[in-house]
Ligand binder design. Structure first.
Ligand code: KIV
Length: 278
Protein backbone atom coordinates (compact mmCIF):
# COMPACT_ATOMS: atom_id res chain seq x y z
CA UNK A 1 0.00 0.00 0.00
CA UNK A 2 1.27 3.50 -0.84
CA UNK A 3 2.21 5.83 2.02
CA UNK A 4 -0.39 8.18 3.45
CA UNK A 5 1.54 11.24 2.25
CA UNK A 6 0.34 12.85 -0.99
CA UNK A 7 2.49 11.73 -3.94
CA UNK A 8 4.93 14.21 -5.48
CA UNK A 9 2.80 16.77 -7.29
CA UNK A 10 -0.03 16.38 -4.78
CA UNK A 11 -2.10 13.64 -6.35
CA UNK A 12 -4.84 11.99 -4.29
CA UNK A 13 -3.42 8.63 -3.20
CA UNK A 14 -5.04 5.20 -2.83
CA UNK A 15 -4.33 5.43 0.92
CA UNK A 16 -6.10 8.80 1.01
CA UNK A 17 -9.14 7.31 -0.70
CA UNK A 18 -9.15 4.37 1.73
CA UNK A 19 -9.51 6.85 4.59
CA UNK A 20 -12.63 8.31 2.95
CA UNK A 21 -14.77 5.24 3.71
CA UNK A 22 -18.18 6.50 4.82
CA UNK A 23 -17.27 10.16 4.16
CA UNK A 24 -17.95 12.55 1.30
CA UNK A 25 -18.70 10.37 -1.75
CA UNK A 26 -15.69 9.61 -3.94
CA UNK A 27 -16.09 11.00 -7.46
CA UNK A 28 -14.71 8.76 -10.22
CA UNK A 29 -14.87 8.82 -14.01
CA UNK A 30 -13.10 6.90 -16.70
CA UNK A 31 -10.63 8.77 -18.92
CA UNK A 32 -8.61 7.49 -21.85
CA UNK A 33 -7.03 10.54 -23.46
CA UNK A 34 -4.88 13.56 -22.58
CA UNK A 35 -7.46 16.30 -23.34
CA UNK A 36 -10.29 14.56 -21.48
CA UNK A 37 -8.00 13.87 -18.49
CA UNK A 38 -7.13 17.59 -18.39
CA UNK A 39 -10.80 18.55 -18.38
CA UNK A 40 -11.87 16.02 -15.73
CA UNK A 41 -8.86 16.15 -13.40
CA UNK A 42 -9.86 19.24 -11.36
CA UNK A 43 -13.33 17.80 -10.66
CA UNK A 44 -12.76 14.18 -9.71
CA UNK A 45 -10.96 12.14 -7.05
CA UNK A 46 -10.11 9.21 -9.28
CA UNK A 47 -9.60 8.70 -13.02
CA UNK A 48 -9.91 5.11 -14.21
CA UNK A 49 -8.21 4.18 -17.46
CA UNK A 50 -10.78 1.42 -17.90
CA UNK A 51 -10.45 -1.46 -20.31
CA UNK A 52 -13.76 -0.10 -21.60
CA UNK A 53 -11.35 1.93 -23.78
CA UNK A 54 -11.37 -1.08 -26.12
CA UNK A 55 -15.10 -0.56 -26.77
CA UNK A 56 -15.39 3.20 -26.37
CA UNK A 57 -12.38 4.38 -28.39
CA UNK A 58 -11.32 1.33 -30.39
CA UNK A 59 -14.72 -0.04 -31.45
CA UNK A 60 -14.34 -3.56 -30.02
CA UNK A 61 -17.53 -5.45 -29.10
CA UNK A 62 -16.36 -6.16 -25.53
CA UNK A 63 -13.57 -5.18 -23.15
CA UNK A 64 -11.80 -8.41 -24.16
CA UNK A 65 -10.30 -6.41 -27.02
CA UNK A 66 -8.11 -4.46 -24.60
CA UNK A 67 -4.36 -5.22 -24.69
CA UNK A 68 -1.47 -4.35 -22.39
CA UNK A 69 -0.03 -2.00 -25.04
CA UNK A 70 -3.40 -0.24 -25.30
CA UNK A 71 -3.73 0.17 -21.51
CA UNK A 72 -0.17 1.45 -21.19
CA UNK A 73 -0.54 4.00 -24.02
CA UNK A 74 -3.83 5.36 -22.65
CA UNK A 75 -2.49 5.26 -19.08
CA UNK A 76 0.47 7.42 -20.15
CA UNK A 77 -1.84 9.91 -21.87
CA UNK A 78 -4.09 10.22 -18.80
CA UNK A 79 -1.09 10.65 -16.49
CA UNK A 80 0.22 13.45 -18.74
CA UNK A 81 -3.16 15.15 -18.58
CA UNK A 82 -3.72 14.97 -14.81
CA UNK A 83 -2.03 16.14 -11.64
CA UNK A 84 -4.76 15.94 -8.98
CA UNK A 85 -6.70 12.69 -9.37
CA UNK A 86 -5.60 9.25 -8.30
CA UNK A 87 -5.09 7.40 -11.62
CA UNK A 88 -5.98 3.70 -11.76
CA UNK A 89 -5.29 1.60 -14.87
CA UNK A 90 -7.26 -1.57 -15.64
CA UNK A 91 -5.39 -4.83 -16.10
CA UNK A 92 -6.64 -6.26 -19.41
CA UNK A 93 -8.16 -9.74 -19.64
CA UNK A 94 -5.44 -12.36 -20.06
CA UNK A 95 -2.78 -10.38 -18.22
CA UNK A 96 -3.34 -11.70 -14.68
CA UNK A 97 -5.77 -14.61 -14.31
CA UNK A 98 -3.53 -17.61 -14.94
CA UNK A 99 -0.85 -17.05 -12.26
CA UNK A 100 0.24 -14.68 -9.51
CA UNK A 101 3.61 -14.32 -11.27
CA UNK A 102 1.96 -13.03 -14.45
CA UNK A 103 -0.33 -10.81 -12.41
CA UNK A 104 2.58 -9.16 -10.61
CA UNK A 105 4.64 -8.80 -13.83
CA UNK A 106 1.69 -7.21 -15.66
CA UNK A 107 0.86 -4.86 -12.78
CA UNK A 108 4.52 -3.86 -12.55
CA UNK A 109 4.71 -3.14 -16.27
CA UNK A 110 1.59 -0.93 -16.08
CA UNK A 111 2.88 1.05 -13.11
CA UNK A 112 6.49 1.32 -14.40
CA UNK A 113 5.47 2.46 -17.89
CA UNK A 114 2.63 4.81 -16.94
CA UNK A 115 3.49 6.02 -13.42
CA UNK A 116 -0.14 5.41 -12.40
CA UNK A 117 -1.15 5.11 -8.73
CA UNK A 118 -2.85 1.72 -8.79
CA UNK A 119 -4.21 -1.07 -10.99
CA UNK A 120 -7.68 -2.62 -11.11
CA UNK A 121 -8.58 -6.22 -11.84
CA UNK A 122 -11.85 -8.15 -11.99
CA UNK A 123 -12.82 -11.02 -9.70
CA UNK A 124 -13.39 -11.92 -6.05
CA UNK A 125 -12.48 -15.17 -4.31
CA UNK A 126 -10.75 -16.63 -7.37
CA UNK A 127 -8.56 -13.54 -7.92
CA UNK A 128 -7.71 -12.91 -4.24
CA UNK A 129 -4.23 -14.55 -4.59
CA UNK A 130 -3.44 -12.21 -7.51
CA UNK A 131 -4.59 -9.15 -5.54
CA UNK A 132 -2.55 -10.20 -2.49
CA UNK A 133 0.58 -10.79 -4.58
CA UNK A 134 0.33 -7.43 -6.40
CA UNK A 135 -0.25 -5.60 -3.10
CA UNK A 136 2.71 -7.47 -1.57
CA UNK A 137 4.80 -6.20 -4.49
CA UNK A 138 3.96 -2.66 -3.36
CA UNK A 139 1.31 -1.84 -5.98
CA UNK A 140 -2.11 -0.69 -4.72
CA UNK A 141 -5.04 -2.64 -6.18
CA UNK A 142 -8.68 -1.72 -6.75
CA UNK A 143 -10.97 -4.75 -6.88
CA UNK A 144 -14.02 -5.20 -9.12
CA UNK A 145 -16.91 -7.49 -8.24
CA UNK A 146 -20.53 -8.01 -9.32
CA UNK A 147 -21.05 -7.84 -13.08
CA UNK A 148 -17.62 -8.48 -14.62
CA UNK A 149 -17.38 -7.25 -18.22
CA UNK A 150 -14.31 -9.44 -18.88
CA UNK A 151 -16.51 -12.51 -18.20
CA UNK A 152 -19.28 -11.48 -20.61
CA UNK A 153 -18.51 -14.19 -23.18
CA UNK A 154 -18.31 -16.90 -20.49
CA UNK A 155 -21.62 -15.72 -18.99
CA UNK A 156 -23.40 -15.24 -22.32
CA UNK A 157 -24.13 -11.51 -21.82
CA UNK A 158 -24.22 -8.72 -19.27
CA UNK A 159 -26.12 -10.28 -16.34
CA UNK A 160 -27.13 -8.18 -13.32
CA UNK A 161 -25.89 -9.79 -10.09
CA UNK A 162 -27.48 -10.33 -6.70
CA UNK A 163 -30.79 -11.82 -7.85
CA UNK A 164 -30.50 -15.27 -6.23
CA UNK A 165 -29.62 -16.23 -2.65
CA UNK A 166 -26.74 -18.32 -3.95
CA UNK A 167 -25.31 -15.38 -5.90
CA UNK A 168 -25.72 -13.03 -2.93
CA UNK A 169 -23.68 -15.44 -0.79
CA UNK A 170 -21.03 -15.50 -3.55
CA UNK A 171 -20.95 -11.68 -3.72
CA UNK A 172 -20.41 -11.44 0.04
CA UNK A 173 -17.57 -13.96 -0.20
CA UNK A 174 -16.05 -12.06 -3.15
CA UNK A 175 -16.24 -8.74 -1.31
CA UNK A 176 -14.62 -10.18 1.82
CA UNK A 177 -11.89 -11.88 -0.23
CA UNK A 178 -10.99 -8.69 -2.11
CA UNK A 179 -10.79 -6.75 1.16
CA UNK A 180 -8.79 -9.45 2.95
CA UNK A 181 -6.35 -9.59 0.01
CA UNK A 182 -5.49 -5.94 0.62
CA UNK A 183 -7.39 -3.98 -2.06
CA UNK A 184 -7.75 -0.29 -1.15
CA UNK A 185 -11.23 -0.09 -2.69
CA UNK A 186 -13.61 -2.13 -4.81
CA UNK A 187 -15.88 -1.37 -7.75
CA UNK A 188 -19.33 -2.97 -7.46
CA UNK A 189 -20.88 -3.15 -10.92
CA UNK A 190 -24.36 -4.15 -12.12
CA UNK A 191 -25.69 -5.44 -8.80
CA UNK A 192 -29.17 -5.29 -7.23
CA UNK A 193 -29.34 -2.15 -5.11
CA UNK A 194 -30.05 -3.70 -1.67
CA UNK A 195 -27.23 -6.19 -2.18
CA UNK A 196 -24.75 -3.48 -3.19
CA UNK A 197 -25.84 -1.40 -0.18
CA UNK A 198 -25.31 -4.36 2.16
CA UNK A 199 -21.85 -5.06 0.69
CA UNK A 200 -20.92 -1.43 1.18
CA UNK A 201 -22.05 -1.51 4.81
CA UNK A 202 -20.13 -4.74 5.43
CA UNK A 203 -16.76 -3.65 4.01
CA UNK A 204 -14.17 -1.41 5.67
CA UNK A 205 -12.77 -0.36 2.28
CA UNK A 206 -14.60 2.15 0.04
CA UNK A 207 -17.01 0.73 -2.51
CA UNK A 208 -17.38 2.48 -5.87
CA UNK A 209 -20.73 1.84 -7.51
CA UNK A 210 -21.72 1.63 -11.17
CA UNK A 211 -25.27 0.36 -11.56
CA UNK A 212 -25.11 -0.45 -7.84
CA UNK A 213 -26.30 1.80 -4.98
CA UNK A 214 -26.19 5.43 -3.79
CA UNK A 215 -25.01 3.90 -0.49
CA UNK A 216 -21.68 3.01 -2.11
CA UNK A 217 -18.81 5.22 -0.94
CA UNK A 218 -18.34 6.63 -4.44
CA UNK A 219 -19.67 6.43 -7.98
CA UNK A 220 -18.09 5.89 -11.38
CA UNK A 221 -19.36 6.30 -14.94
CA UNK A 222 -17.78 5.76 -18.33
CA UNK A 223 -16.99 9.30 -19.49
CA UNK A 224 -18.37 8.88 -23.01
CA UNK A 225 -21.70 7.70 -21.55
CA UNK A 226 -21.81 10.63 -19.11
CA UNK A 227 -21.18 13.30 -21.76
CA UNK A 228 -23.35 11.74 -24.46
CA UNK A 229 -20.63 10.69 -26.91
CA UNK A 230 -21.50 6.99 -26.84
CA UNK A 231 -22.62 5.78 -30.25
CA UNK A 232 -24.55 2.71 -29.08
CA UNK A 233 -27.31 2.24 -26.50
CA UNK A 234 -26.53 3.74 -23.10
CA UNK A 235 -27.19 1.46 -20.09
CA UNK A 236 -30.05 2.22 -17.65
CA UNK A 237 -27.67 3.15 -14.82
CA UNK A 238 -26.14 6.05 -16.78
CA UNK A 239 -27.16 9.66 -16.24
CA UNK A 240 -26.16 11.80 -19.23
CA UNK A 241 -24.87 15.23 -18.25
CA UNK A 242 -24.36 16.48 -21.83
CA UNK A 243 -25.19 15.42 -25.38
CA UNK A 244 -21.91 15.91 -27.21
CA UNK A 245 -22.88 13.55 -30.04
CA UNK A 246 -25.34 16.12 -31.37
CA UNK A 247 -22.80 18.94 -30.99
CA UNK A 248 -20.09 16.99 -32.86
CA UNK A 249 -22.49 15.91 -35.62
CA UNK A 250 -23.78 19.50 -36.05
CA UNK A 251 -20.20 20.84 -36.19
CA UNK A 252 -19.21 18.24 -38.82
CA UNK A 253 -22.28 19.08 -40.92
CA UNK A 254 -21.57 22.85 -40.69
CA UNK A 255 -17.91 22.29 -41.66
CA UNK A 256 -18.91 20.11 -44.63
CA UNK A 257 -21.34 22.81 -45.75
CA UNK A 258 -18.68 25.54 -45.51
CA UNK A 259 -16.08 23.52 -47.44
CA UNK A 260 -18.54 22.57 -50.18
CA UNK A 261 -19.86 26.12 -50.51
CA UNK A 262 -16.38 27.71 -50.41
CA UNK A 263 -17.19 29.64 -47.19
CA UNK A 264 -14.20 28.02 -45.48
CA UNK A 265 -11.38 28.93 -45.40
CA UNK A 266 -12.23 32.66 -45.25
CA UNK A 267 -9.66 35.50 -45.54
CA UNK A 268 -9.06 35.53 -41.74
CA UNK A 269 -7.85 31.91 -41.86
CA UNK A 270 -5.20 32.56 -44.54
CA UNK A 271 -1.55 33.60 -44.33
CA UNK A 272 -1.02 36.56 -46.66
CA UNK A 273 2.19 38.56 -47.30
CA UNK A 274 0.56 41.87 -46.18
CA UNK A 275 -0.66 40.55 -42.77
CA UNK A 276 1.85 37.81 -41.93
CA UNK A 277 5.28 39.42 -42.22
CA UNK A 278 8.17 37.19 -41.06
O1 KIV B 1 -13.49 -0.46 -17.78
C1 KIV B 1 -14.24 0.29 -17.14
O2 KIV B 1 -14.63 1.37 -17.63
C2 KIV B 1 -14.66 -0.12 -15.81
C3 KIV B 1 -15.71 0.71 -15.14
C4 KIV B 1 -17.02 0.45 -15.77
C5 KIV B 1 -15.74 0.50 -13.69
O3 KIV B 1 -14.20 -1.08 -15.31
Amino acid sequence: MASDAPAAGGRITPAGLLRRKGGVPIVCLTAYTYPIARLLDPHVDLLLVGDSVAMVLHGHETTLGATMDMMVAHGQAVMRGSSNACVVVDMPAGSYEDSVENAVASARRIVDETGCDAVKLEGGVTMAPQIAAIVAAGIPVMGHIGLLPQSVEKEGGYKIKGRSDENIVQLHADARAVEAAGAFSVVIEGTMEPVAAALSAMLAIPTIGIGASPKCDGQILVIDDAIGLTVDRVPKFVKQYAHLRDIVADAAAAYANDVRSGAFPAPEHLFTPDKDKA
